[in-house]
Ligand binder design. Structure first.
Ligand code: NOJ
Ligand code: CA
Length: 564
């Protein structure tokens, strides 16, 4: 399909850079990354060549879940900056040709949100409590949770109101993150107001957190835990086949997104949105539809081993699904919820069927392996770069997570008392959580805090080995991971003029070979042995260095070339 890159579909094949604000750059030296820090690094983002940044939450927050516990959706956390700082940052990004996407967290607020505080105060049966999900506890003293449900971060999904009235509130994540009641008109109206607030401030789009979770069926009797389905397959864990999941992926959620789309389309170009939706493959298109959010994250490639067959199957499936929904697909190898892919690929492959299907579960699964298995750092980085060059050559949008362009490894050396992820606390340390991919990134090898901030130490500890991945080090090396990302993103901009992809037969089971527009060809070698380059081809870029010896593609390498 040939399409015109109009303003309205800028996102279809964009490269979007995820900024985790408190770990990006700390301008005022208090140890927490801030908006002025981001503004100071706009030249870096411009040199990388990204089309947009997606900013993880920067709203007022007690940071009990890294900012996904929002106390006020229309303001900036004073620890991070002010609305003026936001405008200044947006203007600098705009001048550099970079769009801004912000993270909307509509499933739950922080327990510090004024509505939740008002609900606690107003008491049982009050109108204020209706905006959240309160229920009476079980038992004569109402001191047992209304159901046995377990929250995503471990431990019970209900917590007592704390005001001694026998009531409990539902939270699918941490107890500091009470879920909204999306049947309530105030909730609906307030999120429209929030979307308009940021739209009017000039943002180009939104990433929607837990997009599949907003609407819930809380009619009594509530089912037991064992009757709940697996959200990613819609298969029941046991019993009661045919039961809709009361918490996830309910059809009514799309009424909300249709109302949001009407608002998005009042802007020129229309605002875009990408859903974080953990749903069965055949349900994803509903989130990506053009009368809904427009795009949905696919984490399928992230859940693949570094393996040609798995990749081919995943690519075909993803492109087919996006064709059906008339959206474009997304490619994600790293984000703030999962082990950095340079480390992940340093672990031995796992039979695909044994891999957990959610990111949070995958993260822990990998971290557990990390304890007992030797990580091959060299191979992990080679594979990471090869996988990145593969996804950058695929039709669709590529989402890059800050630091992956440096080839950063996961930080595992974090002491218990330094851990921040609520998962650590809620599982009593059994699962260490996601702090290891959220450590502030290194900018200058020989500066305090590696140039992240020149004052207090970073809020999560930066190990010494980070120096070798610092931006200033990698900028000087034309074969570094950073230089490779920069070159690849620039090249992709020139080469990608359609969304077509054609497979080229190759008898080697470790090789993927595909063709894109304008004679652009891509060969991915997932094996360890070198393979031949097709005859008379001109190499454009290689993931393992600029020159290839003797027309051979080394193991664990992706090469882009101009076909004969
Ligand atoms: C998904 C976000 O990516 C994750 O970081 C967060 O903890 C949960 N949603 C809850 O908001
Ligand atoms: Ca700061």
């Amino acid at each position: 399909m040939v399409y015109l890159i109009s303003d309205a579909n800028w996102w279809r094949q964009a490269v979007i850079y995820q900024i985790y604000p408190r770990s990006f750059a700390d301008a005022n030296g208090d140890g927490i990354g801030d908006l002025k820090g981001i503004t100071s690094r706009v030249p870096y983002l411009k040199a990388l060549g990204v089309d947009a940044v997606w900013m993880s939450p920067f709203y007022p927050s007690a940071l009990k879940d890294g900012g996904y516990d929002v106390a006020d959706y229309r303001d900036i956390d004073p620890k991070i900056g002010t609305l003026e700082d936001f405008d200044e940052m947006s203007a600098a990004l705009k001048a550099a040709g970079i769009k801004v996407m912000v993270d909307i967290v509509p499933n739950h607020s922080s327990d510090d949100h004024e509505w939740f505080q008002a609900a606690l105060k107003a008491g049982k049966g009050s109108a204020e409590r209706e905006r959240y999900i309160f229920r009476d506890g079980l038992g004569p003293n109402k001191d047992q949770a209304p159901t046995d449900w377990i929250c995503t971060f471990g431990g019970p999904a209900w917590s007592p109101s704390g005001v001694d009235d026998g009531q409990w509130y539902f939270h699918w994540f941490d107890s500091s993150q009470p879920d909204f009641n999306w049947e309530h008109p105030d909730v609906k109206a307030d999120f429209l107001k929030t979307l308009r607030f940021w739209g009017d401030r000039g943002v180009s789009g939104f990433r929607i957190d837990v997009a599949h979770g907003l609407t819930k069926d809380m009619k009594e009797p509530l089912p037991d835990w064992k009757e709940l389905s697996d959200m990613t397959t819609r298969k029941l864990t046991s019993g009661n086949a045919g039961l809709d999941h009361p918490l996830y992926d309910r059809d009514e959620v799309h009424d909300i997104y249709r109302s949001w789309r009407k608002l998005f389309n009042q802007y020129n170009p229309p605002l875009m949105a990408v859903a974080e939706a953990w749903v069965a493959p055949d349900r994803k298109g509903l989130y990506a539809s053009s009368d809904g959010l427009g795009q949905a994250f696919s984490f399928d490639i992230l859940l693949c081993n570094f393996d040609a067959d798995e990749y081919r199957e995943c690519i075909d499936r993803s492109l087919e699904a996006s064709k059906e929904s008339k959206s474009s697909t997304t490619w994600v190898l790293s984000n703030h919820d999962v082990m950095r892919h340079a480390s992940r690929f340093g672990l031995p492959n796992v039979p695909n069927a044994n891999l957990p299907v959610s990111q949070i579960a995958l993260n822990q699964f990998l971290l557990d392996k990390f304890q007992v298995q030797k990580v091959d750092i060299e191979s992990g980085l080679k594979r990471a770069r090869a996988a990145t060059l593969m996804i950058l050559a695929l039709p669709g949008s590529t989402y890059i997570y800050q630091g992956e362009e440096l080839g950063l490894q996961e930080v595992v050396e974090i002491n218990e008392e330094e851990r921040q992820d609520p998962i650590f606390r809620r599982t009593e340390g059994k699962d260490v959580g996601r702090d290891g991919c959220r450590v502030p990134i290194p900018w200058v090898a020989n500066e305090r805090n590696f140039g992240y901030g020149l004052g207090k130490p970073a809020h999560l500890p930066q190990p010494d080995w980070m120096a070798q991945y610092a931006v200033d080090v990698e900028e000087k090396d034309s074969n570094s991971t950073l230089s490779t990302y920069r070159r690849a993103i620039q090249l992709r901009k020139k080469l990608q003029t359609s969304e077509d992809l054609e497979w080229v037969d190759n008898s080697n089971k470790d090789v993927l070979h595909f063709r894109r527009p304008n004679g652009w060809e891509i060969l991915v070698n997932t094996g360890r042995a070198e393979v031949d380059m097709p005859a008379s081809s001109k190499v454009l870029i290689s993931s393992s260095g600029s020159t290839l010896e003797g027309n051979k593609v080394p193991g664990e390498t992706t090469v882009w070339f101009q076909g004969a």
